[in-house]
Design a protein around this ligand. Structure first.
Ligand SMILES: Nc1nc2c(ncn2[C@@H]2O[C@H](COP(=O)(O)OP(=O)(O)OP(=O)(O)O)[C@@H](O)[C@H]2O)c(=O)[nH]1
Length: 497
């Protein structure tokens, strides 16, 4: 039966086409999405490289102050007789004055020094350039150590406000001298006020939401741009999974949220050569990716518009296909029964005739007419007559093989095309169908009465003399006519001509 098969094709096609469209859209999107992701990673890697380079420049510049300071400390140590000059109180006031003058001269040679101090072996302030703390005991770590490095060594220590002699947070740079046995002989110490480091870092240009920081290897924040007074001197640490500040080699980079303001940044870190400080440059990740993000949004919007256009076009196309299919169904289907109409049946018959002739195969046609249908109408009414015609169509359809076609020629007349079927098989099929009709019944529109009916069948199988499908059909029609005259409810084979 043609109509149901047609419906299956109709319902599967939209899903099939929509699936293909979705696959095409995914494939179209996959390429640029991968490209976008790679570009994002490249931008972040470039930013990380730039952050490291900036931190190296910053570290070098910051380290210059310490190099110069160390040079001054070496100079001072070289001009002092540790054994004779560094007693406190010194019996010879001229020695004390000479040392003070020396320190006052030297402090002006390096920008950023807030004091210069000479310490004796007991860590007492023997001479100072600026603050009057002579005689004070230093609280630096090496002052409490039982053993120091023999010869000269450099110590750098952050001293928070509460421990600092000047009551200000400072970085102390000390060049200490130890005896061969490791006893402290004396030291020259420079004081760098953290305010200087802060002013120095604040003078560097920084983009919005970027951050420049100097920390010592313990993680103590010494200077920050933008300035945040509450964060100075605060201990900070590198994010989990990253090496600590003390473990950083020359440089490191990572992306993390700042513990101070919570913003995500691309960080570049570099350790100062010879000094226990780390310069950190943090580039705001949102700003770094702003251009990329704009392009990604533009692409996404464009893609969504493209996808919507495709969906609209697909819907329009499917609607057109559905309409064309509906038109085709209308043009080929009998409205009352849903099986092939006369025109479609003749078309298929013509094709079957050509194939049978071409392949040298058998072809048979059954022509069926419901017996005394006029009296069915007259007795049970036209509506019940319609039901009988519909039931007849269903019975015909139920006996069809895949290659067969059943259709309604008009009124109560039907035909069945049986490709590759010889006359004997056609007769068998006709008799099966006739018995099926005979044993069936239709419910009257009154809902209770069962109406029985029979059919007469004319059978024609393709003969060499048949010049067309129509000729075959006419022979079947003549056989049907004879069946009616034989008394109806029987099958009759067509004559050869
Ligand atoms: N209910 C209904 N009746 C139809 C339809 N098409 C044709 N008819 C009727 O079918 C009847 C056909 O009757 P006839 O051609 O005289 O033949 P018959 O009564 O079947 O008698 P035999 O064919 O000689 O057995 C007519 O009364 C038509 O009005 C239809 O679609 N529905």
């Amino acid at each position: 039966m043609q109509a149901p098969a047609l419906q299956v094709r109709l319902s599967q096609r939209p899903l099939y086409v929509a699936g293909l469209l979705l696959l095409a859209l995914v494939l179209i999107a996959a390429w640029p999405v991968t490209d976008f992701w790679r570009e994002r990673q490249r931008i972040l890697a470039d930013a990380a490289r730039m952050a490291v380079q900036q931190s190296q420049l910053m570290g070098r510049s910051f380290g210059d102050t310490f190099l110069a300071t160390d040079y001054v400390l070496r100079d001072v140590i070289g001009r002092v007789d540790l054994a004779k000059d560094l007693t406190y109180p010194h019996p010879d006031t001229s020695t004390s004055q000479r040392l003070d003058t020396l320190l006052k001269e030297k402090i002006t040679t390096v920008v950023g020094l807030s004091d210069l101090v000479l310490l004796n072996g007991d860590c007492l302030f023997v001479a100072v350039a600026m603050y009057p703390f002579r005689g004070t005991k230093s609280r630096q770590n090496f002052c409490t150590e039982s053993h120091v490095t023999p010869g000269q060594s450099l110590r750098i220590q952050y001293m928070p406000q509460d421990k600092s002699v000047s009551q200000r947070p400072v970085v102390l740079i000390s060049r200490i001298v130890g005896s061969a046995e490791g006893r402290l002989l004396g030291a020259a110490m420079a004081v760098i006020d953290l305010e200087y480091a802060q002013q120095w870092i604040a003078a560097l240009a920084v983009d919005h939401h970027d951050v420049l920081t100097i920390v010592d290897t313990n993680g103590t924040l010494l200077a920050r741009n933008p300035f945040q007074p509450q964060s100075l001197g605060r201990r900070t640490s590198s994010p989990s999974g990253q090496p600590s500040f003390a473990e950083i080699g020359d440089a490191a980079t990572f992306i993390a949220s700042s513990p101070i303001d919570g913003r995500e940044r691309v960080f570049g870190l570099s350790r100062l050569a010879r000094f226990p400080f780390v310069a950190i440059v943090g580039l705001d990740k949102t700003r770094v990716l702003a251009g990329w993000q704009r392009r990604a949004w533009q692409f996404s919007a464009g893609f969504v518009v493209l996808a919507l256009c495709c969906v609209v076009a697909l819907r329009a196309h499917l609607a057109a296909v559905r309409q064309a299919e509906a038109m085709r169904v209308l043009a080929t289907t009998d409205a009352l029964t849903g099986i092939a109409n006369r025109r479609h049946l003749i078309d298929i018959g013509n094709q079957a005739f050509v194939h049978a002739n071409h392949d040298g195969q058998a072809l048979s046609v059954l022509m069926l007419d419901i017996d005394k249908f006029k009296s069915v109408n007259d007795r049970w009414g036209h509506a019940t007559g319609d039901r009988v015609i519909q039931t007849m169509a269903q019975l015909i359809a139920s006996t069809l093989r895949d290659q067969d076609t059943g259709g309604r020629l008009g009124g109560e007349e039907f035909a069945v095309i049986l490709p590759a079927t010889d006359v004997a098989e056609a007769l068998t099929r006709a008799e099966q169908l006739r018995h099926l009709v005979q044993s069936s019944e239709v419910l009257h529109t009154d809902g209770t009465t069962m109406v029985k009916f029979t059919t007469s069948i004319g059978i024609a199988s393709l003969m060499p003399g048949d010049g067309s499908f129509n000729a075959l059909l006419q022979r079947a029609d003549r056989a049907l006519y004879r069946a009616k005259h034989q008394g109806r409810n029987c099958s009759m084979l067509a004559e050869l001509t």
